[in-house]
Design a protein around this ligand. Structure first.
Ligand SMILES: [Fe+2]
Length: 282
């Protein structure tokens, strides 16, 4: 038996701090404890880790297989598992709208991991929102309408930002190769067999019923509900800090308060699953 991992839930019950020792993840018991905590609390964080690239990759791949982004598959690239999210006076890499990564693909990543390499002295934050809690709090009529609906996710929904990041030609090629994909609006959260709202403010461009008819008012209502929610945990970055989150039951966004200052976050995505409808479970 390996030793136990120190896990301290936030008072809200969403998010938990963990005491991480990179070597401890050699034990399957400790990997299991971290995954159980991740599935219960949605987001885990630890400070003062100061891990090397190899240690980060080791930690990520102990939790789940490294995810290969569809952009790399389309471009025939063999990617390095770590993506460097670098923001400076000239380069802006902050996703400021509530989103879940790569939801515009058929099989988005299950988990995300970010590590603070260079952190500005002023506020630099990533916030997370608990979509299982939002789902539980939905008015019954809205839940019933959403459970039989699909949400369309498309790379092009954030056209202006993505064009800026990718350049016109690549952006247009990727939008053509990755047409809108419809996921269940309320998805099954597989680890706990719970429902979770799977709509975001960055990629979703419509909600449709089972006959394919668009429900523009419902999308607006759901997005305003997400925007107004207080089921939020805000993580303040420090150098050497690490955050791991479950993409299937949370949304996240970055703050732009630090823009103009240098920041470097390292990101690894892990696991992959095609969202299934919760309705099949009822
Ligand atoms: Fe993201």
């Amino acid at each position: 038996m390996g030793k136990s991992v120190g896990i301290t839930p936030n008072p809200s019950g969403f998010g938990a701090s963990i005491v991480l020792e990179s070597a401890s993840l050699r034990s399957g018991n400790e990997v299991g404890q971290i995954l159980d905590a991740l599935h219960t609390y949605g987001v885990l964080y630890a400070y003062d880790q100061h891990l090397t690239d190899e240690e980060l990759i080791g930690l990520a791949s102990a939790l789940a297989p490294i995810y290969v982004h569809p952009f790399h598959k389309l471009l025939g690239e063999c990617p390095y598992p770590i993506v460097r999210l670098h923001t400076s006076a000239r380069k802006r890499q902050v996703a400021a709208d509530w989103h879940t990564d790569v939801s515009f693909s058929a099989s988005p990543p299950s988990y995300g991991l970010m590590y603070g390499k260079t952190i500005p002295t002023c506020d630099s934050e990533t916030s997370f929102i608990d979509m299982r809690a939002i789902c539980r709090a939905l008015p019954e009529s809205m839940f019933n309408e959403l459970i039989s609906s699909g949400a369309s996710h498309f790379l092009g929904t954030q056209g202006k930002i993505k064009r800026e990041q990718l350049g016109d030609a690549l952006y247009e090629y990727l939008c053509e190769q990755l047409p809108p994909v419809i996921h269940p609006a309320i998805r099954l959260y597989p680890p706990l067999d719970e429902p979770s709202l799977y709509v975001d403010l960055a990629h979703c461009n419509s909600i449709v019923n089972s006959e394919g008819a668009e429900k523009a008012r419902l999308l607006k209502r759901v997005q305003s509900l997400i925007d107004a929610s207080d089921q939020v945990f805000t993580f303040r970055w420090r150098p050497g800090a690490i955050v791991i989150w479950d993409q299937r039951c949370t949304l996240h966004r970055g703050s732009e308060k630090f823009l103009g200052e240098e920041r470097l976050l390292l990101r690894i995505q892990m696991g992959s699953d095609a969202p299934e409808s919760f309705v099949d479970m009822i």
